[in-house]
Design a protein around this ligand. Structure first.
Ligand SMILES: Cc1cc2nc3c(=O)[nH]c(=O)nc-3n(C[C@H](O)[C@H](O)[C@H](O)COP(=O)(O)OP(=O)(O)OC[C@H]3O[C@@H](n4cnc5c(N)ncnc54)[C@H](O)[C@@H]3O)c2cc1C
Length: 542
């Protein structure tokens, strides 16, 4: 191991998790310094510790030494964050001046930030979550949390779309959102009572598990009433590069909320990763915004007819030769043939042999996390789906695929939950849906994009998903699991059936599909949670 003097060790120790092993973690450093450090490291013969010491800690311009000397970054202060505050500004100047020559855009992936986006609309969550790479979102659930709290002014918590709020549509917009929230809130106790009567509490179920099951079932039944303008909260962890692109895209969006969001995100991210969120409003960034704006076909006057669709999943296109592609790709690492040769070899292979190879490649899957290997990425499927926006909202979260949605509206009708009919609240539900459709029709004639905000989650939307078979395993098995919402479980089941119809030999290895329907989806999950809580209490002695 490289040796350091006593003094060097004293300087380095606050910033690394150990001084004597080749694997270590960086700590107490501003995000910008970490990014800059790695970019410098990639062009240096020195070790990371040596680079950190010589070029960063000893570099007066950055201010790490001053932070240490003031005692704010001493080893006793590990994790206190002072070093970050002291050094970010100077590190940024250093980064800009000296280090931009040491890396390409990917350097910005080496620094990250957590950001909270509160009180944004559901429409906005979908636009920010369209960004797939380098971002990990988590969002307030419509399945476990009631959205029935009013704000400090006694108003329902929905986004006031500024262009509608100052237009002739202001009244119809507010009136409709108020009605939807009013119906949603009024149905909570009624539907909750209906659910608890249907599910008497057995002796085996704790009070906590019972209440959680009733609550989530109630949420699942009534969430369709919430308009897309509903304010929600989300958090992200992401890297600088991903934020840069996301902010640029949001600035270029036709909706005012997104442009406002871009500005707020950029302002806040400047406090932790300033160098990485500069570009969106530089001339280069503005050029990029223009490019995104100008390639929108609607901005160029494209108008394509629309027609109402029915709920369902359609497999539009798939690789007919998926089996051969997968076999060739599975054998590739173990063979010396080029891909074309392997494809030809797979083509002439007897069926029995093909099945043997596929079975050996998939192996004995013990649970859904045992996913087949990369060869399964060589077969692709394109689905066209029409289902309610609440369902889309959940499914959209899958990143390892290509998804595109159409503009949200009321053209394809809405999902009426069976339980709403059975509990006798169909009239209230329908009245709210009809009001929403009326408002949407009025607003959409002039402002189709803004009209989306008034559409409740029960209305259907059409979207397209292209994915490889490996992701299809993950998606279909996860989203058909018992605890999922009935609406997206049906989509996952529908997709599985389509793949099975097209390629039964491949689909049969999706062993963890759950094709059943359940009355209380969360019940078993809550029972398992009860056992885990009991186990943890036993372990920790309380
Ligand atoms: C029952 C249920 C309840 C849920 N509740 C909530 C909730 O309350 N709030 C909420 O926000 N979400 C919720 N989700 C959504 C969930 O958090 C995931 O966002 C969603 O299921 C997508 O899953 P995924 O990330 O595994 O899939 P994909 O994005 O499709 O990714 C596929 C796989 O690729 C890998 N991968 C992809 N991106 C990354 C990355 N950045 N880093 C590391 N690995 C990566 C992972 O192995 C992942 O499983 C819920 C999902 C389910 C099924």
């Amino acid at each position: 191991m490289e040796t350091f003097t006593e003094e060097e060790r004293r300087l380095l120790e606050p910033f690394v998790s150990n001084m004597d092993k080749p694997i270590f973690v960086l700590r107490n450093l501003p995000e910008v310094v970490k990014g800059a450090l790695f970019s410098r490291y990639s062009r240096s013969t020195k070790s990371l510790r040596r680079t950190l010491l010589d070029e960063f800690i000893k570099n007066r311009d950055i201010g790490l030494d001053a932070a240490l000397a003031s005692g704010k970054g001493g080893s006793g202060a590990a994790g206190d964050g002072f070093v970050g505050i002291v050094a970010t500004d100077k590190a940024e100047q250093f980064y800009d001046r000296v280090l931009l020559g040491y890396g390409d855009d990917s350097v910005a992936e080496l620094a990250g930030a957590h950001i909270a986006l509160e009180d944004i609309s559901i429409i906005a969550t979908k636009l920010v979550e369209d960004a797939r790479i380098g971002l990990s979102p988590l969002e307030k659930s419509t399945r476990y949390v009631y959205f029935d709290q009013k704000d400090e002014n006694g108003k329902w918590r929905y986004y006031e779309e500024p262009e509608l709020a100052t237009s002739e549509f202001a009244e119809v917009y507010r009136g409709t959102c108020d009605k939807l929230f009013g119906t949603y809130a009024a149905l909570i106790p009624k539907v909750s009572k209906y659910v608890s009567e249907k599910m008497p509490k057995g002796e085996l179920l704790s009070e906590r598990a019972y209440e959680a099951t009733v609550r989530s079932k109630t949420c699942d039944i009534i969430r369709g009433l919430l308009p897309a303008s509903t304010k929600t909260n989300m958090g992200f962890f992401g890297n600088g590069r991903a934020y840069e692109y996301l902010i640029t895209k949001l600035y270029a969006d036709p909706l005012a909320e997104m442009r406002e969001l871009a500005k707020s995100m950029q302002t806040e991210l400047r406090t932790t990763i300033p160098s990485f969120v500069k570009r969106p409003d530089t001339p280069h960034g503005r050029e990029m915004q223009d490019y995104i704006r100008n390639t929108r076909l609607d901005a160029q006057g494209a108008s394509v007819p629309a027609e109402p669709g029915a709920e369902g999943v359609t497999l539009v296109d798939y690789d007919q030769d998926a089996e051969e592609r997968i076999i060739a790709a599975a054998l590739y690492p173990y063979s010396g043939l080029p891909m074309k040769g392997l494809l030809a070899y797979a083509k002439t292979m007897p069926q029995e042999m093909r099945e043997k190879i596929i079975a050996a490649y998939v192996g004995e899957r013990q649970n859904r996390r045992h996913k087949p290997g990369r060869a399964y990425e060589c077969a692709r499927y394109t689905f066209d789906i029409c289902a309610n926006y609440g369902c889309y909202r959940d499914i959209h979260r899958h990143r390892v695929l290509t998804q595109q949605r159409q503009v949200l509206g009321c053209l394809h009708g809405y999902t009426l939950p069976r339980e709403i009919v059975e509990s006798g609240y169909e009239a209230e539900f329908k009245e709210a849906m009809d009001a929403a459709r009326g408002a949407w029709e009025t607003i959409a004639k002039k402002r189709p994009l803004q009209a989306q905000y008034v559409v409740p989650l029960a209305y259907r939307i059409r979207w397209q998903m292209t994915m490889n078979l490996r992701e299809a395993f993950h998606f279909c098995e996860l989203r058909s699991a018992m605890q999922g919402h009935v609406d997206y479980r049906r989509v996952a089941q529908g997709m599985f059936r389509e793949i099975e119809k097209a390629q039964p030999n491949l689909a049969k290895h999706m062993k963890f599909m759950d094709m059943k329907e359940y009355e209380f989806e969360r019940l078993e999950a809550e029972k398992r949670l009860d056992s885990k809580i009991a186990e943890s209490m036993k372990k920790h002695g309380n």
